[in-house]
Design a protein around this ligand. Structure first.
Ligand code: SAH
Length: 346
């Protein structure tokens, strides 16, 4: 049996023309899968019976099943643990933002970047997710929203995993989201977040698609960044910033630098000054994220006053900066925590 959920139109068309069917049957099948979100071949009523039977005999539509679901007290955040055909499970989050429904999609089960503050990397990486699995996360939530007359408006590829080390699948996923026969999403409503895989930042810039790029920076000093993010030893900070600048220059999209604020670690005046020096003159903005405490470390959030001081310093020096709105803290929406709970239970 072959899973066809995740194949694009040309792959589907190749399959059906290989069966001796006309090309337009491929388009119809793709529309059933993606536009109409059909989960059974029997529902695909404009396909000939023989084609449906062959699909049934040889193909599957692998979607995702919910293993756990948590709703935040304010009803704005829904966190799901979704599992795939081999039992691997990842977190996907829906955030009802003022500007629309935003979802946070995982690109790998676990992660091997080893960032010191991140819960997703504690158990290493299990495997890359396929195109179909990233799409299945998206459709799971889109189908939920459809019942309420809504849809997914924006996507951040910011769940577990490093999307730029699963490059081909992630790019095929993004392109598929954009297709008319699928969700028809604009590239501008999609954001990819990376720990700074430099060569693939350049590659992404040359794809000719205006997706938003977020770069996890977290420190303005090379040495400190290496301590927090081991990948910095392979792709040092200066090269990451250079790649971010090139991304902005090539795509004309403003690059966002994510900066976790950790009390007494990366929140002092000198570090604010260094950050300004690094980003001066770039089409960039900084997203300050008060750290979500992780069990294994005694890192804490800076005081509110400290957070505001840091933000204001950037603003006064003409660096666009925002403090991330906190959502879903009461349901462990942050970064791999739900999955870890599930792994340690089972
Ligand atoms: N690997 C990619 C995407 C996944 S992480 C990346 O590194 O960008 C998504 C974001 O969550 C990153 O900015 C990451 O640094 C941040 N993050 C991880 N753990 C966190 C924590 N404990 N508190 C706040 N943000 C965290």
């Amino acid at each position: 049996m072959e899973n066809i959920f995740g194949k694009d139109l040309s792959q589907i068309t190749d399959m059906v023309t290989g069966w001796g069917l006309p090309k337009f049957r491929g388009k119809q099948l793709a529309e059933w899968l993606y536009k109409k979100s059909a989960i059974s071949f029997q529902d695909m009523q404009n396909l000939p019976k023989a084609m449906r039977q062959r699909l049934e005999a040889e193909c599957t539509i692998d979607r995702a099943a919910s293993v756990a679901k948590l709703e935040s007290g304010d009803g704005k955040t829904t966190k799901l643990l979704l599992s795939f055909s081999d039992g691997v499970a990842v977190e996907t989050v829906l955030m009802r933002q003022p500007y629309g429904n935003s979802i946070c999609v995982s690109s790998q089960a676990g992660c091997n970047m080893g960032c010191a503050f991140c819960a997703s990397t504690l158990h290493g990486m299990v495997r890359n997710l396929t195109v179909g699995e990233m799409l299945a996360q998206t459709y799971y939530i889109n189908d939920l929203l459809k019942e309420q007359g809504e849809k997914v408006d924006t996507i951040v590829i910011m769940g577990s995993g490093e999307p730029l080390t699963n490059y081909d699948n992630v790019l095929r996923y993004i392109r598929l989201l954009h297709e008319d026969y699928s969700l028809g999403m604009s590239y501008r409503s999609i954001t990819l977040s990376t720990s700074g895989i430099v060569p693939n930042i350049y590659r992404l810039a040359d794809e000719g698609i205006p997706v938003n790029l977020s770069i996890s920076l977290h420190a303005p000093e090379n040495e400190l960044r290496s301590e927090l993010m081991p990948i910095n030893r392979k792709y040092p900070m200066a090269d990451v910033i250079k790649a971010g600048k090139a991304y902005g220059d090539i795509t004309h999209r403003r690059v966002t630098y994510e900066y976790i604020l950790i009390d007494g670690v990366n929140d002092n005046l000198k570090q604010a000054q260094e950050l300004v020096q690094l980003l001066k003159g770039q089409l960039a903005s900084v997203n300050l994220i008060p750290i979500n405490p992780v069990a294994e470390k005694d890192w804490r959030r800076p005081s509110l006053a400290r957070i505001e001081f840091f933000e204001n310093y950037l603003l006064e020096h003409h660096i666009t900066a925002t403090v991330r709105r906190e959502m879903g803290n009461d349901i462990q929406a942050a970064c791999g925590q739900l999955r870890n709970k599930y792994i340690s239970k089972s």
